[in-house]
Design a protein around this ligand. Structure first.
Ligand code: WQD
Length: 327
């Protein structure tokens, strides 16, 4: 049994490859290296460089490596950018998926795990988001993930492909410093960047209808998220025809202010945050009900927010050694 991981050279994909390998599965990475890095692919795991829009190349990779399961993470993922470049997001995330599924259904593949996002919910008006909370995405990025889920489910129903769509909440941390997210487009690395520049971290909006006025999110360690993929992959293999849609979060809300306080404590940079204007499109609160995943999968998250910040900081220091706080 071999799993093809598209986007396996990316931040989350590299963790998924390691988790599958640790669970004794064979893996092959398919990645266009546009944002991923070959250095993240472990020794002994084949890397096929190619786009998900290239159906022939995918078909060849599936046949050459006798692939029987696919974990599809290759996608564009910046919600803000997707507002300015919707065509690019639909091409890469929806058309890329359609081309991939075309090749998958023509090959000997039985299971398909799809990387979806809490962005499908948009601005949910509930304490805990369940999988039955209405999906009203607020960005083209979120729309492409929702359309992707539909495409995956419809294909599964038509062909018998066992499918799972995993809706990631806010992913953070790293299993090792070399696997940290090198980007600075999320709260934790954005705070790191400010602290490195000796600038105060920014709170985007302190007048939300939340306990401390700042946005509340559900943070999940990338190593736990990777384990959820392994669990989903194994469940699909044992139950052909299965069709799962699962929130992958911890069910614990943490505010931006709490997060920044913890980051300053971990890093030793004691700079009080400043309040900046709200970021357009930010929902006040997005926290998962993780009940369905806990029931359906042999899985539970093991890492807390402290682990996420600490491991992310180790990765940050590797790339930005000047960021170390002077005693
Ligand atoms: C978290 C909170 C910010 C930086 C995004 C995408 C989503 C998914 C995950 C992809 C927000 C606040 C941030 C800062 C701040 N993407 N913030 N100061 O927006 O919940 O989710 O990433 O796969 O689709 O939208 O995550 O980390 O950007 O922000 O106050 O310097 O932190 O306003 O409330 P978000 P985030």
């Amino acid at each position: 049994m071999t799993w093809l991981i598209t986007g396996g050279a990316g931040y989350i994909g590299a963790h998924v490859v390691r988790a599958l390998t640790a669970a004794g599965e064979q893996t092959v990475v398919y990645d266009d290296l546009s944002t991923g890095s070959a250095a993240r692919v472990p020794d002994g795991v084949p890397l096929v460089t190619g786009s998900t829009l290239d159906g022939e190349r995918i078909a060849r990779a599936l046949a050459d490596h006798e692939v029987t399961g696919v974990v599809h993470l290759a996608a564009k993922k910046q919600a803000g950018e997707s507002v300015a470049r919707p065509l690019r997001y639909y091409r890469e995330n929806v058309e890329g998926l359609r081309v991939l599924l075309d090749a998958v259904t023509a090959a000997d593949v039985a299971s398909f795990v799809f990387s979806s996002s809490a962005a499908v919910y948009g601005m949910p008006d509930v304490e805990l988001v369940t999988e039955d909370t209405p999906c009203l995405p607020m960005s083209p990025y979120g729309e492409t993930k929702l359309a992707g889920e539909w495409l995956v489910r419809a294909t599964g129903r038509a062909t018998g492909l066992a499918t799972a769509s995993l809706r990631y909440f806010n992913v953070a941390g790293a299993a090792s410093p070399d696997l940290a997210d090198p980007g600075v487009s999320n709260l934790i690395p954005m705070v790191f960047e400010r602290l490195t520049e000796h600038a105060p971290p920014r709170v985007f909006g302190a007048d939300y209808d939340t306990p401390d006025g700042t946005c509340v999110r559900d943070y999940i360690h990338v190593a736990d998220l990777a384990e959820a993929h392994v669990a989903a992959a194994q469940v699909l293999r044992s139950r052909p025809g299965r069709d799962l849609t699962l929130n992958i979060g911890r069910g614990e809300g943490v505010s931006v202010r709490e997060m920044i306080d913890r980051v300053t404590a971990v890093t030793g940079h004691d700079l009080a945050p400043v309040t900046a204007p709200r970021r357009p499109g930010d929902p006040a609160r997005v926290v998962a009900s993780a009940d369905r995943a806990l029931t359906e999968l042999p899985w539970k998250p093991r890492h807390d927010v402290q682990d996420m910040i600490r491991s992310a900081w180790e990765g940050w220091l590797r790339l930005h050694p000047e960021a170390a706080a002077r005693p």
